[in-house]
Every structure is written in structure tokens, then in C-alpha cells.
Design a protein around this ligand. Sequence first.
Ligand SMILES: [Zn+2]
Length: 444
Amino acid sequence: MSRLFAGGHIVTMDDGRTEHAPGWALLEGGLVAAVGDGSEPAADERIELGGAVVTPGLVNTHHHLYQTLTRARAQQSNLFDWLRELYPVWSLIDAETEYAAARTGLAELALSGCSTVFDHHYVFPRGRDGLIEAEVQAAQELGVRIVASRGSMDLGVSDGGLPPDELVEDIDSVLADTERLAGTLHEPGPGARVQIAVAPCSPFSVTGRLMEESAALARRLSLLLHTHLAETVEEDDYCRKLYGCRPVEYLEQLGWLAEDVWCAHCVHLSGGDIARFADTETGVAHCPSSNMRLGAGVAPVRALLDEGVRVGLGVDGSASNERGDLFLEVKQALLAARGREGPAALTARDALWLGTRGGAAVLGRNDIGSLEPGRCADLAVWRVDGLELAGANDVVAGLVFSAPHRVDRLVVGGEDVVRDGALVRADEAEIAGQHRAAAARLAP
Ligand SMILES: [Zn+2]
């Protein structure tokens, strides 16, 4: 069945950043069949957009869905103190709480126009199975694409790491479980709805050996690699003391600067670090709200883009950015870049690019992130007739400047996930109720 979205402002995010206003997008067989303006093609169903803006579905490149369970804690802490307060609470999660958390986080993201979610899960309390399966199930039920990572920690506090010893795993178990999940869940190729990535947590919670063996496994299985890097000055000090070098140098020694890797945060980079990211085609997940919430700093996004580094956006876990809204993150990226570098640092459309094409590039996907023939039919429809857009003579820039917004419609693979601002396949109030009960079980 073909569907024509017509009478709107189509923001394609193709290489030329083409916009059709008024324009239309024709979807067929789960793919974009055509976009354009002028005379409309025939279709089985015609949907009148009434001037609404259509963008590609947004792509989230860093998250920890389980953290919706532990919001508004450690409110004045830096990253390390925040982690030390939260690790013991996180040690209580199980598949049931993870499922409730994932439903909440994924629903929030869908309602903010996000069609593809990367999740970095690295907390695996002993004896609690099925955590990754729980979040994949939640994504499939809601209708969004997920890239779920089998994360890991093996450097406990007694060995000089940050996490408590009871939350770290041994290397063999981590690698075996990662390979098992890849074998059962990972879909290679275009149009994938579920993928698996390999994601040891950070330099201060993972040994060098696990980093190296994770990379070898990922490359053997053709999976992407992800980790946290250069988030805070404390991490920088930690790496100098423990490894005798800075975080980016450490990662390079481990064979981790490469085109199959992207790193979250990258706030504290030198000019040389940025050049190494560019030379090696290593990607970056920029998480401005989380970085500002934890007082970590602001990543040098303008310099990264000028050097040609792939940059996407991440809401990051909901305990360090209590709002899981990716369109808000588009605005935050713009504001943070301008706060750091001045008003010319990033345009509204540059910021929107980061949340769409940029994110797709970071996840190694050329089947999502833009509205072009042959790409997945993942699109977000934004109404522009509300109070916050009144008087905006450029509705695309107006949407970014006035974010956040609830998406009017979210289409993933040609199917509605959100319609009239409500989830199509689930009930928001029921999700929130289930989540309240799950979060209460973790409350101290
Ligand atoms: Zn994170």
C-alpha cells in the first residue's frame, strides 16, 4: 500500500539539504518511493499535512534506557560522585524493571520524533538474565528501531576502578554473552529494526584487555564498537594516573580509533585529538544536556564538524538528562555550541542535521536519516500551527529554536508509531503506571 504525505514542508536532509515547500513524500513498501513538489503522484492513501513540517525520523546515538528508573538523584554531583551514588541502586535492576524502563524511555523518544534508538546497557547484576532481550521486546512492541549494545564493566573498585566489585563481570562471560546476543538478535543490512553493538563502558570501569578483546570480537562479527570517552576532567586525571596518558591516546593504543567506533561525549579533546578522530573516521555522540547537567563541559562540536568528524546527538541516560527528548537535544546542541563559540557556531539546520543524518552516519547506517528514494520510510511530522510557532517566518528554524515539541506523527518503516501526538501501539498512561511500580521497587 502506498501513502502520500502532501501539502507540507518536506525537509529531506539529502546531501544538498533540499526542502520542498509545499511538497510531498510518497511511501511504499516501507521505503521512501519519491519526494518532491508540484503535481502529486497517485497513492492508495493521501494524508493532508496542512503546512506541517516533515523531517526524517531522528536518530539517537547514546542512551541508557534503564536510567529512567533513577531520575533526579545526585542532583549536584559530578560524574564520578553521581555514579558512586547510583551504582548500588542500579544493582537492583532485573528484566522486569528493565522492560518498564525501556518502554518509558522509548515512548518518550518516539513522542519526540525519534525513530531509531541506540541504547548502551552496561549494568548486568549477577543472576539477572534477559535485560537486553527486554529492551528489544519493548522497541519491537512500540515500533521503533533499536541498536542495543551488550555493554560491560570488569574493573571493580578493588582493582582501581570506579564501580563496586559486585557489579563487574569476568571477561569470558561478557564476550560469550555478546556473541550469543549477536547471533540471536542482530540483523545485518539495510532496513534492520534490531541491531547489536559491542560497548564496554569507560576507561575507569573496564580493563584494557576487555577493551581489546571486545574490539576483536566486534570486528570478527562485523558489529560496531562504542564507549564513553573524555567526558570530564576527572576522567582525564584518572587516565593520566592509571595509564600515563590522556583518554584519546589510551583509546588509540587499544586499537579503538577507527571507522567502526563511535564515542559518547568527547568533551575534553585537544586539537590533536580532534585531528586523530578525523584521520581515523571515529564518530562522536554529542550529549549536550547530560554534559551540562553534570557540569562536565561542552564538546567542541564546531571544530569536530570543521574537521569532518561524524557527529550525532544523544539524550544520554535519563539519570543525567531527565528529559528523553531528542528534538530538545537538537536545540540544546545549538545553544551549547553558541554558548561556547558565539552565534555563528551552528545554524538551526546544522543542529537538525546532527539529529538525523549525523546520527545515521555515526551508527554506520545509510538507510535512515534522510528522506530520499530507497531509504527507510522513517519520518516525523511537526505541526506548526501552535502558539510557539506563531510569527515564525521560517518554520524549520522556528521548530528548532522553540523546542521541545510533541511530534504529531511518527512513521517507522512506513507504519505509524505516533498519530495525533499519541502512541499508536501502546497506552502512555499504562506505561507510566507500570514504570512507577517498577521504580518504586528500586527506591531506597
Ligand atoms: Zn552515557
